[in-house]
Write a new protein. Structure first.
Length: 187
């Protein structure tokens, strides 16, 4: 286990140090969900055009429940594992660029889990309607990498968050498919 933790730290040091002050402002924007709103609105517009308002409302309900579940379960893991964030880890002092500092715990990344869960759920919902639905997965890749760039998460936190998010997104999609015929029967 110590070897895995050291590998995680070494990979963090490498990836984090690829950054430079010139790019810090961009990555600070990328890491905030609010700035992704225009992209989400465009995606929602196209979803509404394909599946209609009522069905879209059902999708939004499941997305809200998915994000709530992902957030709460992620926090449960963080408070049980209590892994220090890279920016607070004394063994990394002077080895990484600490662009942003947070005092909460690191394992696993809520940004990675919630963005992957949302992307996976939406991908499954719209894949029949949009040829390039797989592009939704660019969001969690870029969004979660920002956390490594800023010195807030280890790569292992991100990878675990991705796997957890993928699991929850798939699980909620299956629940959605079970509930959908009950509330939106096919004519």
């Amino acid at each position: 286990m110590e070897e895995i933790i050291q590998l995680d730290k070494d990979l963090l040091i490498f990836l984090n140090n690829l950054g430079s002050e010139e790019w810090d402002r961009l990555w600070l924007v990328i890491t905030k969900q609010f700035y992704w709103t225009p992209i989400f609105l465009v995606i929602f517009y196209f979803i509404i055009k394909k599946i209609g308002w009522k069905q879209f409302g059902f999708v939004v309900l499941f997305m809200a429940l998915l994000i709530l579940a992902t957030d709460q379960l992620t926090n449960l893991f963080k408070h049980n594992f209590e892994r220090l964030r890279p920016c607070n880890d004394p063994t990394l002092d002077g080895l990484i660029r600490e662009v942003l500092i947070r005092k909460s715990f690191s394992f696993f990344s809520g940004h990675a889990s919630s963005s992957m869960a949302s992307a996976a759920f939406l991908f499954f919902v719209i894949r029949k309607h949009f040829k390039y639905a797989f592009l939704l997965f660019l969001f969690p890749l870029i969004f979660a990498y920002s956390r490594i760039y800023l010195g807030l998460h280890f790569p292992g936190d991100i990878l675990t968050g991705y796997l957890f998010g993928l699991f929850l997104g798939t699980f909620f999609y299956r629940l959605y498919k079970i509930m959908q015929p009950k509330y939106f029967p096919v004519s």
